[in-house]
Design a protein around this ligand. Structure first.
Ligand SMILES: [Fe+2]
Length: 260
């Protein structure tokens, strides 16, 4: 069973990811080489600076899909966005239809949101709550890289308890972002708090889309079943708009035990 990558910056020239089409194609080859067959393109989107993204992103994804076909690359690419958790997103929660257009693959269920690296802005919890009131589930991208959340495990656990999903970066587990992020990523996984992993790929190699090394690391850390849930089963559930599974760590869910 192949990997599904929910978080990538593969579209050319749109953000700090792939700079041109050649780099995008190199990223697609690297993803396929690592066993990924489905990828969501999630360019950074700051609603304080740009309007809702689908008018622009969907045609770019369609165009790049044609390129992938021409190159004979069997990577299925879907549209999405990584939306900055700020007042722009807060305002958008007042418009359910527009909000649902931001969901991964446009299926109306999961929204990938990110924080600044150092901060947890005032109003972020309220914004997450309002997203949920609209029937969507926020997925917080790479919480292991956020300094404030690292210093405040109670806040992080509270978010999870209230239904926010956490997505750890594959590179974090492998040490790409330093020792603190690696330790935090491993802790979030071992405690069963994070139920998703994705590449957050920006380049073909360094910060790349090859998920095979992270799958092996997760297998060594948590077992084959949990590695498969993180990189195969739960990402597919996200795209199907279905509920996520707990990580099968030592035969039980620590997340569930913790919730009791
Ligand atoms: Fe990202």
């Amino acid at each position: 069973m192949s990997f599904t990558d929910l978080h990538s910056h593969i579209l050319p020239g749109l953000d700090d990811g792939a700079s041109d089409e050649a780099e995008s194609l190199a990223m697609a080859r690297a993803a396929l080489g690592g066993g990924t067959t489905v990828m969501v393109a999630t360019p950074h989107w700051d609603l304080e600076e740009r309007s809702a993204p689908w008018d622009l992103i969907a045609p770019l994804v369609a165009e790049f899909r044609r390129k992938l076909e021409l190159e004979g690359l069997g990577l299925e690419l879907l549209p999405g966005a990584e939306v900055r958790l700020n007042s722009g997103l807060y305002r958008l929660t007042g418009d359910e239809d527009a909000l649902k257009k931001l969901t991964l693959a446009g299926n109306g269920r999961y929204i990938l949101v990110d924080l600044p690296l150092m901060d947890f802005p005032v109003g972020a919890e309220e914004t997450l709550f309002r997203i949920q009131l609209r029937g969507c589930t926020p997925i917080l991208a790479h919480p292991e890289r956020n300094r404030r959340l690292a210093d405040d495990p109670v806040l992080l656990r509270d978010l999870v308890d209230r239904g926010v999903e956490l997505q750890v970066n594959s590179g974090s587990l492998l040490g790409t972002y330093g020792r603190a992020a690696r330790r935090q990523a491993a802790a979030l996984l071992k405690e069963g708090l994070a139920r998703l992993m994705a590449s957050d790929a920006h380049r073909p190699a360094e910060r790349g889309p090859d998920l095979s090394g992270a799958w092996e690391k997760a297998r060594d850390l948590l077992g084959t079943g949990a590695a498969d849930v993180l990189l195969r089963e739960n990402p597919r559930a996200v795209l199907a708009g279905a509920d996520l599974s707990a990580l099968p760590i030592r035969g039980t869910s620590r997340r569930r035990a913790w919730r009791r």
